[in-house]
Design a protein. Sequence first.
Length: 251
Amino acid sequence: MREKLVAGNWKMNGGLAENVVLLDAVIAGVAGLRGVQSTVCVPFPYLYQAQHALRNTSIAWGAESVSQYTHGAYTGEVSAAMLLDFGCRYVIVGHSERRALFGEEDGVVADKFSAAQAAGLIPILCVGETLAERDAGITEAVVSSQLDAVVARGGAECLATAVVAYEPVWAIGTGKTATPAQAQAVHAFIRGKIAAMNAAVANDLQILYGGSVKAANANELFSMADIDGGLIGGASLDAAEFTAICVAAQS
Ligand code: PGA
């Protein structure tokens, strides 16, 4: 039985004072929940704050990106080892905003995935198609090649210590959620593709859905066979919403 994972992605939001209020409310909200893992991925400057707020709770924390390099003359970059220094468990790699706005292509995403794993972090690998790609009927081909870029490096086995997040680009921050059936179809495709390489890895792999998940739609999404939780953007900034999503993910 795969345990569900609810991961918040704060994106470039937050502030020291408001984070205290949000984290305290989330801690109180998820206390006592069973059978669901939760984590928040926060901007780099707030990792120290997240670490200190969350270290004695069941909530893990992580970052939203990581450098593909280990150290050296890479101005402005943050290495996986630095994230570990702040107790991170997870790091998001290949988010569509990184791909679209910061030119991160599949090769870079694969490098970041490897760098995160080499340091002992669990990468949350984001894949997903644009609306034009969906309309062109190439959703599976797009998702497949995004997965292949990573699997080509480390084999399907590298997904044994990773999480995949299917995030249709057209559903991110738009209020348009994939229907549970649309999401399930792609999740099943992803799991089937991995299963053809390594059935045990596929069976254990947590595949999250992301894209306008909120308390009101979490239950029906999470009831689908291959949806193992969510990657939550906007709703992770609202403690009541985020908590309600975690409640919906309880087994
Ligand atoms: P959203 O973002 O929940 O605001 O759509 C999801 C994400 O980008 O991870």
